[in-house]
Design a protein. Structure first.
Length: 281
């Protein structure tokens, strides 16, 4: 299930309060997205020991900054955006504010639904999700998985909150979040490496290094935007730009060989998937 376009999403009609735990890069990106989609700051509490000036300024608009746990009761949603290494301390602290109508939405890498359920009241509705870095500019993609306690209304709320930073996909098998992490979670780094590698190859072919870097970055960024806007898939776009017997075909003969990009990418994604499973325990 893919989220609707941002133009179709509004958080103006959200009832109940929301709690954001952790307003760093990813949590902060979500907060910006929520406000952009019309969420009233007065409905929001943020727990962040080192708030940015932007978050601190929102307190003047009604946002509750660093309330004590016993002053927040049964919010509609608690969004956990702390670093995984801080989860053992942060999650149990939230238990007292979670009520029967609360959905807990986690964007922490590697922390399972079972981990969250053990630290929260029995029967808590939990959605575990994996966003990626482009969420910081509203162009991310997040994959989410609900536990059995999540109601249709809670799932709809979780989707709205996640869709503030990009597309949303749902799966029912939590085990799929490990390869999701390997593909979309870690994937931006692969794309950045492609730009680096293309720039180095251009310099090796005789281009001034600074020009090669600009060409590579613009090409990767522009091609990504074209893929985003196109009505056809990546394979069709590749075929459209490849003339038989031309320069692109000569390069693709190397990249698409048995020892080429497909094999390297499969090995890379497999390695990242294994590591995600190790970190999840």
């Amino acid at each position: 299930m893919t989220a609707p376009d941002h133009s179709e999403i509004s958080l103006r009609d959200v009832t109940g309060s929301l709690v954001l735990v952790g307003a760093g890069k990813m949590g902060g990106a979500m907060l910006e997205g929520w406000l952009r989609l019309g969420l009233d700051p007065a409905r929001l509490a943020v727990i962040e020991p080192m708030p940015s000036p932007e978050v601190a300024e929102l307190a003047a608009r009604g946002l509750s900054l660093n309330p004590t746990a016993n002053t927040v009761r049964e919010p509609a949603a608690v969004v956990i955006a702390v670093k995984p290494q801080n989860a053992a301390e942060a999650v149990p602290w939230l238990a007292s504010m979670v009520g029967g109508a609360t959905v807990v939405l986690s964007i922490m890498a590697g922390k399972t639904i079972e981990f969250l359920a053990d630290a929260l009241p029995a029967g808590t509705a939990i959605v575990r999700s994996m966003p990626n870095l482009p969420a910081s500019i509203g162009r991310g993609i997040t994959v989410a998985v609900p536990n059995r306690s999540v109601t249709p209304a809670q799932r709809e709320l979780a989707e709205k909150l996640l869709a503030a930073t990009g597309a949303v996909e749902w799966v029912e098998d939590e085990g799929l979040l490990d390869p999701v992490t390997a593909v979309s979670g870690s994937g931006p780094a692969y794309v950045f490496l492609l730009a680096e590698s293309l720039a180095r190859a251009g310099a090796a072919a005789g281009l001034p290094p600074d020009l090669a870097a600009r060409l590579a970055c613009a090409t990767v960024a522009g091609s990504g935007e074209l893929l985003h806007r196109a009505a056809v898939d990546a394979a069709t776009l590749r075929q459209n730009v490849t003339s038989p017997g031309g320069t692109t075909a000569a390069a693709l003969d190397v990249l698409m060989s048995s020892e080429g990009l497909d094999r390297l990418m499969k090995d890379a994604v497999a390695a990242a998937t294994r590591r995600a499973r190790e970190l999840a325990g």
